[in-house]
Design a protein around this ligand. Structure first.
Ligand SMILES: NC(=O)C1=CN([C@@H]2O[C@H](COP(=O)(O)OP(=O)(O)OC[C@H]3O[C@@H](n4cnc5c(N)ncnc54)[C@H](OP(=O)(O)O)[C@@H]3O)[C@@H](O)[C@H]2O)C=CC1
Ligand SMILES: N[C@@H](CC=O)C(=O)O
Length: 811
């Protein structure tokens, strides 16, 4: 025989209750079934809130009551078509509602709502729903659970009398019937015969008690989800159904917040080795989750992650605790005597403190109980008054494969640490099937996501990107991400989620990912932003695996790197300002990245997409020493000098460099040599020297006065330089030479300047906007290493930024 339990959503609508009917009647053709039902979804809460309204003398309790009557009537009208059954059912239901009305009226009149009355009120939910289902399902008999589910009073709580209940269940079901309908949740005190209940979610427990007592073949829990998920799908988009769980794993997961099954449900069937199948009423053919003793090994170290939000840690501490036997006994006995459950304990081996985790609602009572218990010790100073820390959350990673597998706790700590999440307390039992950590509740979402990712529970690794700047480089980067999105997801199992985009005036955010087709319109329609607002929003989103990508040329944006890195957000910069800022600031950024376990990458700062910074780092990491650098580092300047002809004047070449996307947003940065100076300083630092921009020796070619005033004035005055350039160009041509703006560094000494190079020079044939870098090192001495190629432009620069992002994904 089978026991099937249907939750509130499975009886709460016409669609679901008809699905229930089909499932039960189909099953009953194969074997006898016992069906346990919950109250209609939401009714238990409404029964209780109506009682509170009545208690407070608020007349609207009647509206709420009428609403419940209406909801039950409507359901009956929709699903019971037989006239006789319809009127019989109305009679039963209305009789129950009359009783309920009288109870509410009593509460309203005398302003009193005892636990006993509340338990009676709340029992009506299942009593009503079970009558509806018993009428709807063909040939079903109805039994009142209170005749066999018996409780007794312990520690001020109603607890099941298992022995008595087991016997009574067997008696009640001694005559087998094909379909028996039982209201879940409700029970009866074995001594006083008062109506009691098994706690919220108790219908699962009712079904489990019956299944165990009757030695059922299986217990089926029908609900509105597809089974146990690897994590809460509302928090983790990548969460998916776990098809098989051991009893221990299921117990660990539901004890720790996975609301699929009421925790006490597992034990009665587990000891009888009866499997539990969790299925979705709205997807009856779906696989669901099976919970049983022996399951297949999927090789994954953990099965799932669950969490409890309202956690309070109470620290019981004092020097008198060291080596004293019985302190913990007193803690737990005192709490137990007051019905307070402790769900986590962590004690340092020094024994001078014990941290206990309780639910937030029990915290005040727990502190009072413990202060009272240890009042004498506190008075003498042997112990400290209890310290409670609230606003916390507990996360548990669960899985039987963790047993005897080294490195799981290390990975847990490393993953949280890298995301800037501090572990406040930690517990692992010797069963090694659950490791629990307490963290600040504000970090819960981030922690769950990052753990889900790093323990390979997610199908994809997710990188969350904030892209700042949507001009030549940023715009192209977004295009590249959009076109590579599916490919990376499918073949590299990497999901690049763009969660924020900013221009100079606006910013938009969406933690589920922005639409990369329509982001410009969305930006335009969004509120005004500022660098400060942007920084607060990015940090405030507190999103896991996040990378801030700077495709601006703004100093204000570069100034955000420090706080971002300090909040464990990696930075990828096309913007050169930070890496060429004063040496101490640059070093601080690099060190912050190292200490926070995140990355600061800026490969495109020199040579756009060319692998120059990475190569220098690789050479140095392998023990080589950079002795000399000779380079052409400006795509714009090289382009200008290659474009310059008798027909194309200097000012025109500058316009063309801008149009091609080679120049800086402000082209004066290129023409003044500033861009090359920044690049040379960056290379010199990467080569291991302490370099500052002021130390660079400069030989420039545009008089300083052209850089004064606004950009518009600069464009207007630029043609004044054309004649002089043409004269110098002709002389150069006659000499068979070309201009190159050369940057060099030898043993830390830096120089930039315009040079006329002859045909024999390696820089002579450098085409278009290309860059070239010659690296003379201890190993590459006679023949320097040469890196050459496009040194500017949207496509290659965006690709270089993309490569930096991929290196952070580390796939
Ligand atoms: N072009 C190239 O070949 C290379 C460029 N780089 C670097 O890439 C960076 C971007 O260059 P490029 O794309 O050509 O420049 P663009 O001028 O085309 O784009 C700059 C973008 O930055 C945005 N922006 C400016 N200030 C802010 C701010 N305070 N907050 C948010 N966004 C801001 C602008 O917004 P709005 O749209 O509102 O104006 C614009 O979208 C520069 O630092 C450059 O040095 C590096 C290597 C090569
Ligand atoms: N303006 C720069 C762009 C790359 O850094 C250049 O011209 O090289």
């Amino acid at each position: 025989m089978k026991v099937l339990k249907f939750g509130g959503t499975s009886v709460g609508s016409v669609e679901s209750i008809l699905s229930l009917k089909r499932i039960v009647e189909r099953e009953a053709q194969r074997q006898p079934v016992v069906v346990v039902v919950s109250a209609l979804g939401g009714i238990t809460d409404q029964l209780l809130s109506t009682a509170q309204l009545a208690l407070s003398g608020n007349e609207t309790w009647k509206d709420s009551f009428d609403n419940m009557v209406e909801r039950h009537h409507q359901l009956i009208d929709s699903v019971i078509t037989d006239n006789i059954k319809h009127s019989e059912l109305y009679h039963k239901v209305d009789t129950l509602f009359e009783q309920l009305h009288s109870i509410y009226f009593g509460v309203f009149l005398i302003h009193d709502l005892s636990h006993k009355t509340e338990d009676t009120i709340v029992s009506y939910g299942e009593r009503l729903s079970s009558h509806i289902v018993a009428t709807l399902v063909e040939n079903a008999r109805w039994i009142d659970a209170r005749t066999f589910i018996k409780t007794e009073r312990k520690h001020n709580k109603h607890v099941l009398d298992s022995t008595l209940t087991q016997q009574l269940v067997r008696d009640a079901f001694s005559h087998q019937h094909t379909i028996t309908l039982v209201p879940g949740f409700i029970s009866q005190d074995k001594d006083t015969h008062e109506t009691t209940n098994l706690g919220r979610g108790g219908s699962d427990y009712t079904a489990s008690i019956i299944a165990a007592a009757l030695d059922a073949d299986i217990l089926e829990i029908w609900t509105d989800v597809n089974g146990f998920m690897t994590a809460d799908p509302k928090v983790i988009k990548a969460a998916y159904t776990i098809h098989e769980l051991s009893y221990i794993e299921a117990m660990e997961l539901c004890n720790f917040g996975a609301k699929v099954v009421y925790p006490p449900t597992i034990y009665p069937v587990c000891v009888k080795n009866i499997p539990i199948q969790v299925k979705n009423t709205f997807d009856p053919d779906g696989e669901g989750t099976i919970i049983k003793a022996k399951i297949k090994n999927d090789g994954k170290p953990i099965k799932g992650i669950s969490s409890i939000k309202g956690t309070t840690l109470i620290n019981v501490a004092g020097l008198s605790m060291v080596g004293v036997i019985g302190v913990n006994r007193r803690i737990f006995t005192a709490l137990a005597n007051h019905g307070i459950s402790v769900f986590m304990v962590s004690q340092a081996s020094s024994e001078n403190s014990t941290s206990i985790g309780v639910r937030e609602q029990d915290a005040d009572a727990a502190v009072a109980v413990l202060n009272d218990e240890f009042a004498k010790e506190i008075e003498t100073g042997a112990m400290f008054p209890m310290e409670a820390q609230s606003g916390l959350a507990t996360i548990a990673i669960v899985g039987e494969n963790m047993r005897h597998l080294p490195g799981i706790a290390a990975k847990l700590f490393e993953t949280l640490g890298r995301s800037g999440i501090s572990v406040i307390a930690f517990a692992q039992g010797s069963s090694e099937t659950n490791i629990s950590v307490v963290i600040e509740a504000a970090y819960l979402r981030k922690a769950l996501n990052v753990l889900h990712d790093s323990f390979f529970l997610s199908e994809y690794k997710v990188l969350n990107l904030f892209i700042c700047g949507i001009g030549t480089v940023g715009g192209k980067l977004i295009e590249q991400i959009r076109s590579q999105y599916d490919e990376l997801k499918e073949h590299s199992r990497l999901k690049l989620n763009v969660v924020g985009i900013a221009s100079s005036k606006h910013a938009i955010y969406n933690r589920d990912g922005l639409d990369l087709q329509t982001y410009r319109e969305e930006l335009q329609a969004s509120e005004l932003s500022s660098p400060q607002k942007l920084c607060e929003a990015v940090i405030g989103m507190n999103i896991f695996n996040s990378v801030f990508v700077d495709c601006t040329a703004s100093g204000e944006i570069a100034a955000l790197y420090q706080p971002l890195l300090e909040h464990n957000i990696s930075v990828v910069a096309a913007n050169k300002i930070a890496a060429s800022s004063p040496y101490d600031e640059y070093m601080r950024l690099k060190q912050t990245a190292v200490t926070r376990g995140v990355k600061f990458r800026y490969e495109t700062n020199v040579g756009a997409g060319l692998p120059i910074i990475g190569t220098i780092n690789d050479l140095r990491n392998s023990g080589d020493k950079i002795l000399k650098i000779e380079a052409v580092l400006s795509g714009t300047l090289n382009f200008i000098f290659n474009e310059l002809t008798a027909d194309v004047p200097f000012s025109e070449t500058v316009h063309r460099a801008k149009e091609e996307g080679y120049s800086e947003p402000d082209p004066r940065i290129d023409l003044s040599g500033k861009d090359v100076i920044r690049k040379l300083v960056i290379l010199t630092r990467e080569a291991g020297y302490k370099a500052e921009q002021e130390e660079v020796e400069k030989h420039l070619f545009v008089p300083d006065e052209y850089f004064e005033g606004s950009v518009d004035e600069f464009w207007k005055r630029l043609p004044q330089l054309d004649d002089d350039f043409e004269k110098r160009r002709r002389t150069l041509e006659q000499q068979g030479e070309r201009w190159r703006f050369v940057a060099s560094m030898e043993h830390g000494k830096m120089k930039v300047g315009l040079q006329a190079v002859a045909q024999s020079h390696p820089f002579y044939n450098l085409e278009g906007s290309n860059n070239i870098v010659l690296l003379t090192t201890e190993r590459y001495k006679a023949y320097p290493m040469q890196i050459q190629g496009y040194g500017a432009g949207a496509d290659v620069t965006a690709a270089g930024v993309f490569a930096n992002i991929m290196s952070i994904a580390n796939i």
